[in-house]
Ligand binder design. Structure first.
Ligand code: FAD
Ligand code: UDP
Length: 372
């Protein structure tokens, strides 16, 4: 008998397991995948740490969260600065003076602001009610058309006017020449990848990989005093109120005999007609930040990220947090709140578009409330 069965060896489950184990609890972790670390999993391919489930850049303004993850790895000084490619044009992201000056040949913040104001006025938007209106009111019609409309349409499989505004509010808009994708105080990539972090957290803890909770539900329900469940909450309740919507992805990874394929870790393809949203070149996450250069390995690994419709059995990479799905989740949450034995956590258990730093904070909160 265990004190805790933890379903999911991603960040949430692993932090809970680490803290519970430290507090003397007997813990069992299971994961249906054949590896640890959930979506932050990285794998070393010929000296390059490959982010198997898409680019993962750690960023936070929460010092406690930053210090917490730094116990398990040394983070480099990587700053995310994606480039957006629209047809033959290249633009810097997030939306900043470099983007504005390339788009409109403006030079000062006042000129850029005037251009945006003029376009917002033309569009007649006063109170943005959806992602399209929110985007136009932040950066104007031209940037919306070239850098947001196509990318967002393929990423979510819906038109911008049918999507919630919060998705685009994730991106900064700034009137300085600064391409840092995040506003957070701390940012970096763990030297040597993310998997080692989870390996250290789970060191000395019993872990069973390739085990799906639902394949042996009755056994696993009775194996521990309590369950921490980080899979899909609607699946846990056998979709009794209906299915929550998710968005899936397909990753296509290739190793190429070139030193430097695209000159940046992340290049977004913002036109609708190209079926992938971005190409990640993994070596750029770590090489220059650690003093090595691209030539030290004459190869590179790239991943194309294709958005995909989610149907049962696919990987649910993104929750679709619009009003309809949030209302459905609230019904599942009511059931969850009545559970005495089960705690739901993480991106799928709590059905929230969490970044890693949110998950670390949630997991620490949860384990403290639970164990003290
Ligand atoms: P997960 O990592 O999904 O872990 C859940 C685990 O539970 C999985 O391993 C799964 O196999 C297992 N599981 C599920 N159901 C069962 C079951 N029935 N039985 C057994 N095991 C089960 N965040 C950032 O901060 N920065 C970024 O740059 C960033 N980029 C991202 C890019 C992409 C493409 C994606 C999809 C996410 C990105 N994120 C990023 C978010 C980040 O991945 C998540 O916040 C974090 O990994 C969530 O951790 P988790 O433990 O909640 O979930
Ligand atoms: N987005 C966009 N164009 C871009 C990059 C992002 O329109 O070049 C929009 C898109 O809707 C995306 C959202 O901004 O889903 C948030 O972007 P982020 O990079 O945070 O997405 P994630 O890395 O979580 O997929």
């Amino acid at each position: 008998m265990y004190d805790y069965l933890i379903v999911g060896a991603g960040l949430f489950g692993s932090i809970f397991a680490y803290e519970a184990n430290k507090a003397g609890k007997k813990v069992l972790v299971i994961d249906k995948r054949d590896h640890l670390a959930g979506n932050v999993y990285t794998e070393n391919v010929d000296g390059i740490n490959v982010h198997k489930y898409g680019a993962h850049i750690f960023h936070t303004s929460n010092k406690e969260v930053w210090d917490y993850v730094n116990q398990f790895a040394e983070f480099n000084r990587y700053t995310n600065a994606p480039v957006a490619r629209y047809k033959d044009e290249l633009y810097n992201l997030p939306f900043n003076m470099n983007t504005f000056s390339k788009m409109w040949n403006v030079k000062t913040p006042a000129e850029a602001k005037a251009k945006i104001e003029e376009q917002v006025k033309e569009a007649g938007i006063t109170e943005p009610k959806n992602l399209e209106e929110q985007a136009i009111s932040m950066v104007g019609q031209d940037i919306y058309e070239k850098l947001i409309k196509g990318y967002t349409g393929k990423q979510w499989g819906k038109e911008c006017k049918d999507l919630p505004s919060f998705i685009i509010k994730r991106l900064p808009v700034r009137f300085v020449y600064d391409d840092n994708y995040f506003n957070d105080k701390y940012q970096g990539i763990p030297e040597g990848g993310y998997t080692q972090i989870v390996e250290k957290m789970l060191d000395g803890i019993e872990v069973r990989l390739g085990e799906d909770f639902f394949d042996k539900r009755s056994e696993y329900e009775n194996i521990a005093e309590k369950i921490v469940f980080t899979g899909m909450i609607d699946e846990y309740y056998d979709y009794c109120y209906g299915e929550l919507e998710y968005r899936s992805l397909r990753f296509e990874t290739e190793e190429l005999d070139v030193e430097n394929y695209q000159g940046n870790a992340v290049v977004n393809y913002t036109e609708y007609e190209i079926p992938y949203t971005r190409i990640i070149e993994h070596k750029h996450f770590e090489f220059l930040c650690q003093g090595a250069n691209e030539e030290s390995i004459p190869k590179t690994v790239i991943t194309k990220e294709y958005p995909a419709t989610w149907t049962k059995g696919d990987e649910p990479y993104y929750p679709m947090n619009d009003d309809k799905n949030n209302a459905l989740y609230a019904k599942y949450k009511e059931l969850a709140d009545k559970e005495e034995k089960v705690i739901f956590g993480g991106r799928l258990g709590m059905y929230k578009y969490f970044d890693m730093h949110n998950v670390v904070a949630e997991a620490l909160d949860c384990v403290r409330t639970e164990i003290g």
